[in-house]
Design a protein around this ligand. Structure first.
Ligand SMILES: Cc1cc2nc3c(=O)[nH]c(=O)nc-3n(C[C@H](O)[C@H](O)[C@H](O)COP(=O)(O)O)c2cc1C
Length: 350
């Protein structure tokens, strides 16, 4: 295990060393020519801070509140498929370490672990769902999630079809056991007519999901202010600025560039989250500065999961150290104090 300040930067290299090439490629590759996947990290790095001084930073509070629930840290785990191909303990290891960190886990509907087992770890968790053409086919899976204690549903809206990704070698789907995915669907679900991803998603699906599950709905994959407004008008509790880690429409805008417009359009009528290319405490500070209520991490915890629950726990611990240091250096007593740090104050600003 790599330790100390290099830990986060070293995680990808460690995953490359330890994972079969097809699994590693599945984790890192973007869609198309990976233009957006490559730009995601540098879009955060390009931002510049205007830190405060002469403020008490004795004990900066990194906690945030998402949909009424307090998290000890300003990040959650984004939904990712194939966690059990990264480590045999998969979602369970991710869930236990995330619960211990006081964070939140969003569980992919493609998960390879029964929702009930994930819920039994005690982690605070949300379900991520894609909706099929025949919406009623999603109902048993949704009911299982509600039964297992999911506290919200995240509707992913940027995946009408799965974009083409060009792996140099074998496709991961030719190498991994199909039993490692989609265990929360009825057997034979995917072969039924109407089980393919819906091409006709609309704002009404937000209301349908809320009614079907009785849970707040978060819409993931929003990049435009006008779409964000439509989500909120349709009843979304939060919008999640995401380009799916550059895995869907290639050459799509970086989330760091899309976030300010979405925040401005939504105002405080709903929460706004962001993911994509967030790799260290400075990136997190930048996302909070641009108006995110919380951030989500996709690849970073997947890389950490190579070392099972201990790896994920070490990632959470290191990120907390980095976040607290970044808050202190920026003169922020809390995560919410970071809002606006990337804007130059006007001459008359208080
Ligand atoms: C290997 C992998 C699998 C993913 N699977 C899903 C998924 O099942 N559902 C979903 O909504 N997003 C999925 N995503 C997208 C993530 O939720 C998230 O939007 C993205 O990874 C964030 O970017 P980052 O990896 O740079 O942190 C996946 C991403 C990766 C890397």
């Amino acid at each position: 295990m790599i330790s100390g300040e290099r830990l986060l930067a070293g995680l990808e290299g460690r995953a490359r060393e330890k994972l079969p090439p097809a699994v590693f490629d599945y984790l890192v590759l973007g869609a198309g020519e990976s233009v957006s996947a490559a730009e995601a990290v540098e879009a955060w790095t390009a931002l510049r801070f205007h830190p405060h001084v002469l403020r008490d930073v004795t004990d900066p509070d990194p906690s945030v509140t998402v949909l009424g629930h307090r998290l000890d840290v300003p990040w959650g785990i984004a939904p990712t498929t194939l966690q059990r191909a990264v480590h045999p303990d998969g979602e369970l290891a991710m869930a236990r370490a995330t619960a211990a960190a006081g964070s939140l886990m969003v569980v992919s509907s493609n998960a390879g672990t029964p929702f009930a087992d994930i819920g039994a770890t005690g982690v605070h968790w949300w379900l991520q769902a894609y909706l099929p053409s025949d919406r009623t086919l999603a109902q048993p899976m949704l009911a299982r999630a509600v039964e297992a204690g999911a506290r919200a549903v995240v509707l992913t809206v940027d995946t009408p079809v799965v974009a083409t990704r060009y792996a140099a070698g074998q496709s991961v789907w030719d190498t991994v056991d199909p039993a490692l995915v989609r265990v929360n669907f009825d057997p034979g679900h995917d072969d039924q007519p109407g089980a393919e991803k819906a091409l006709d998603l609309g704002p009404h699906d937000i209301g349908w999901l809320a009614e079907t599950t009785g849970l707040p709905v978060v819409v993931k994959g929003v990049l435009r202010p006008d779409d964000a407004r439509r989500c909120v008008q349709a009843g979304a509790a939060a919008v999640w600025v995401s380009n799916h880690g550059g895995r869907q429409l290639d050459r799509v805008v970086a989330t760091a560039d899309a976030l300010p417009g979405v925040r401005a359009a939504v105002g405080e009528a709903a929460q706004v989250y962001v993911d994509g290319g967030l790799r260290d405490g400075h990136d997190l500070l930048a996302a909070l500065a641009l108006g995110a209520d919380a951030v989500f991490l996709g690849r970073l915890p997947l890389f950490a999961l190579v070392d099972g629950g201990a790896g994920v726990a070490a990632m959470h611990a290191e990120l907390l150290l980095q976040t607290r240091e970044a808050l202190r250096l920026a003169g922020c007593g809390s995560a919410s104090d970071a809002r606006g740090l990337t804007r130059a104050p006007g001459a008359n600003a208080l």
